[in-house]
Design a binder for this molecule. Sequence first.
Ligand code: SAH
Ligand code: SF4
Length: 375
Amino acid sequence: MLPDVRSQTRESLLTLFQGWNEPTYRLDQLLGWLYARRAASWEEMSNLPKGLRQRLAETFRLALPEPLRVQGAQDTTRKFLWKLGDGSLIESVLIPANPALYGERSDRHTLCISTQVGCAYGCRFCASGLDGWKRNLEPHEILGQVLAVERWQSAQPRDPAAGPAPERWVGNIVVMGMGEPMANYPHLMAALRTLNAPWGGNIGARKITISTSGVVPGIRSLADDPLQFRLAISLHGATDAVRGQIMPVNRKYPLAELTAACEHYVAQKGKMITLEYILIDGINAGLDQVAPLARLAQRLHAKVNLIPYNRVEGLPWNRPSESDCRAFAQALESQRVTATLRLEKGHDIDAACGQLRLRTERELASDPATPTLAA
Ligand code: SAH
Ligand code: SF4
């Protein structure tokens, strides 16, 4: 099968164009079609000579993820279920920077993207790993989620009162969708370099956050990479006893090793990291967990993001009551740790990537005609 053109670097395309005796401005035109105009076919590239388009089509595939389901409304969190070339399903979630809680509108969005089909890490609470791991995403499938969302958004009818559509919908990227990014490190970095490059997505490295369940070699590689991508750790347990119970990865990389890798990242980058901590009733949300969590956060100069657990069908876990969540956050803050707690309602599709895919896969298994593109 042909490689996809969006998995190529600018340098490799340049070498190819030079071999074809094509001037460099033709390459710039191609890159403009690929990344600024988010082309989905060679035919769209009207200012490229037909012969060149044909040559490109014989050399590369050109595919964007296809929207299969879109949930959520304008100005709220919107969830995309994509179908890839081989029929695999993955998810992305588009989150407005400023949800329209008070009638404000926001054109600056954060996109949460996936890096694998399924996940091999098997965290006990997570929908992404329930049906196991299927494959790694290619670089063009990782960055294609950003382009496909922007293409989809630009095609939506727009209220004239909202002014002209923004050139870019996606201002921030969080790699927090399905899959463990550090287990697909080379493709992840290839995709992020293109999203960051001035000739590509032109999104600042500081606006891109990678979340990991604690894969230590990946954290160390990221620390030593010259680009300033941000790091978030899915901690969810502040002691090996608690973390080991819900995250099998903790057996391979226990907290001491994970903490040392995080310290290395902080030393190299001079950047704050974020510790993600889902609050799960009866598992990690007891006030006895506050002291070890505070110690870890202080040692790493990290802020803590507390997220009440989102129920997953078929799993026994629940979120604690709102007052228990608040009590945990307050206890943490009283230990001088910067903590945020997201309790807003109506954000149920926000976290827990992997659930829409899982549901759709299961519906497909029982009735192949079910999924439709529903806004
Ligand atoms: N594999 C990486 C990237 C995925 S991030 C990682 O684990 O960091 C997805 C985030 O959502 C992780 O912090 C994960 O722990 C969290 N998550 C998974 N299932 C959840 C659920 N049901 N409710 C709330 N958060 C969940
Ligand atoms: Fe995989 Fe992350 Fe889910 Fe764990 S939390 S199963 S690492 S996607």
